[in-house]
Design a protein around this ligand. Structure first.
Ligand code: ZN
Length: 182
């Protein structure tokens, strides 16, 4: 679930609500109640550990974004040489929060955080660059698949839903099958 080429056109008009900023995730009044920030913070720590990221690497902003294309639920975008005006953020479509379980939304954010960590690692963890190289593909990468499966296991340790975990495992395979170039 990366959105970069698709919504590059529309980002200037994104009406977004920051849900977290800097290195701590802080909820605000309009925060959607189904987003579990404690769990997402835990997953961010897990992603940093498994990708060997610097401990002080900040997470990207997480925003509610009414312009996520209809076929997507959420996505991670960032500026590239081709699309230098992209804003670095994880965008979640509000309909996603209404239409999916809390576990699945949380897993989706975890998936996007792994995209972020992989991009930062490809760029020597220089998270303040103006644009980011992204020549590596993620969805079928064995490490990417292993980490996103492990995120499903981390979420299982909290909610204990076998059904939800099976659905997350499915998403790992579907990402590779449907979007192998991302
Ligand atoms: Zn993805």
């Amino acid at each position: 679930m990366t959105l970069r080429p698709v919504i590059a056109c529309c980002l200037a008009v994104v009406l977004s609500t920051p849900l977290w900023a800097n290195d701590a995730i802080t909820g605000i009044e309009v925060t959607a109640p189904e987003i579990d920030f404690d769990v997402i913070n835990r997953l961010w720590g897990f992603v940093k550990k498994t990708t060997h990221a610097p401990k002080d690497l900040p997470p990207p902003p997480l925003v509610l974004d009414w312009h996520v294309p209809p076929f997507a639920r959420m996505g991670f975008q960032y500026p590239t040489p081709q699309f230098p005006d992209n804003t670095m953020q994880i965008s979640i479509a509000p309909r996603t929060i209404e239409g999916y379980s809390k576990e699945m939304v949380t897993w989706g954010v975890g998936h996007e955080l792994v995209h972020y960590a992989f991009i930062m690692r490809e760029n020597q963890w220089q998270n303040r660059r103006a644009t980011f190289a992204d020549s590596l593909k993620h969805h079928c990468d064995l490490e990417f698949k292993a980490i996103t499966r492990a995120i499903a296991d981390e979420i299982w340790k909290i909610y204990h839903s076998d059904t939800q975990r099976a659905a997350m495992y499915d998403e790992v395979e579907k990402s590779c099958f449907n979007e192998p170039n991302q």
